[in-house]
Design a binder for this molecule. Sequence first.
Ligand code: C2E
Ligand code: MG
Ligand code: MG
Ligand code: MG
Length: 299
Amino acid sequence: NADTAMYRAKDAGGNNMQFYAHEMNARALARFTIEGGLRRSLEREEFVLHYQPQIDVLTGKVVGMEALLRWHPLDKPPMSPADFIPIAEETGLIVPIGEWVLRSACKQTCLWQEQGYAPLRVAVNLSARQFKQKNIVSLVKKVLDETGCKPEWLELEITESVVMEDPQSATDTLQELSNMGVHLSIDDFGTGYSSLSYLKRFPIDTLKIDQSFVRDISTDADDAAIARAVIALAHSMRLEVVAEGVETIEQLDYLRAQGCDLMQGYYFSRPLPPEDIEKFLKMNKSRSRLAAMPRMVSA
Ligand code: C2E
Ligand code: MG
Ligand code: MG
Ligand code: MG
């Protein structure tokens, strides 16, 4: 890629050559700076986890939380995971960062239970690189042992593309995790490609409908049809289905009418630091949001 850019630059003459080289250096430098920043932050513990509630729409209960990584370097403005996770992935830093995420999330859910909250399943995102580590199963086991977190309180989210890259070895890994009692879900479902025959064979528990289908669900007939089909597919395979990115009562209403089991999104809550999650749980905010729905009142 860099080579073709150079080649084109050479073709176009000396000035452009410099221009391209300059642009590439700037990008490489930015990347290098971020990498260094991530490495330092890992040592200084400048990462935090925010949690986003997952709500059972029939009961209004919070059944789980997704842990979402936040990076607040002391000397720089916070950066979105969409920007730094790919760099962490490429440099391999996602492996130690991911281990930190897993351990922190397991600790947090135990802590909430000690504080008297009902058991909350905590969902942790696993990157491709992490999932492919040879020791991923033993790492999960070790973290569960060390933190005292029960396997059924942990959910691991993996994307379709990660499991479809090498379906056979993914099946083996998923099977070992599933045997341990860990809950497994496919994140961003519908955005990658899944062979349905594999999907049936993967020992997974949950499909998460990608938010890109939820966004225009009340106005775009195609998105509505996709969401409806994913819900039907999941249920026919006895999988639970979660909708991500639910922001409006119209989206919630449609998804609920289609039988979607769990919802996650700004309509209920943004991802929040643990203290704010505790307030959310105390005030039972998810129930009051549901009570705002006309149909719930009459039910
Ligand atoms: P994801 O796992 O699909 O997470 C859902 C993303 O949607 C989160 O973005 C969340 O804040 C956002 N979201 C939730 N509800 C709504 C809503 O109602 N509307 C809109 N517009 N967005 C909503 P976030 O936190 O920026 O994370 C982005 C992605 O970064 C995640 O997508 C995940 O792929 C990755 N990521 C985050 N934390 C981790 C982590 O600890 N490890 C790994 N490997 N990846 C992570
Ligand atoms: Mg996720
Ligand atoms: Mg997702
Ligand atoms: Mg995503």
